[in-house]
Design a protein around this ligand. Structure first.
Ligand SMILES: [Zn+2]
Length: 93
């Protein structure tokens, strides 16, 4: 379970990922809930892989995504430098 950087848009408490279900190799439906008991809002959303930032070392030719444009690569580099921990979005309770 992780609450990293997910924030309830109503009460601004952390949001936990309750579970996620694979829809495709690049897509997961994700069930989330606000940890504030007085709020307890819940959502379903999705996490999707959209572009490759670097090519895979062991590519599956049937599983290719478009290469990220240069602006997206620069943005990813800035975010990597500012990230202090690795997030496991798909951890289960
Ligand atoms: Zn909330």
């Amino acid at each position: 379970m992780s609450t990293y950087k997910l924030q309830c848009p109503h009460c601004h408490s952390a949001v936990r990922i309750r579970t996620s279900v694979g829809q495709h190799a690049y897509l997961r439906a994700t069930y989330m809930q606000c940890i504030n008991i007085a709020c307890s809002a819940s959502w379903v959303g999705r996490f999707e892989f959209t572009h490759e930032l670097s090519p895979p070392g062991q590519p599956n030719p049937q599983m290719r995504l478009p290469e990220a444009p240069s602006a997206m690569r620069r943005s990813a580099k800035v975010h990597e430098q500012n990230t202090e921990e690795t997030l496991d979005l798909f951890a289960h309770e």
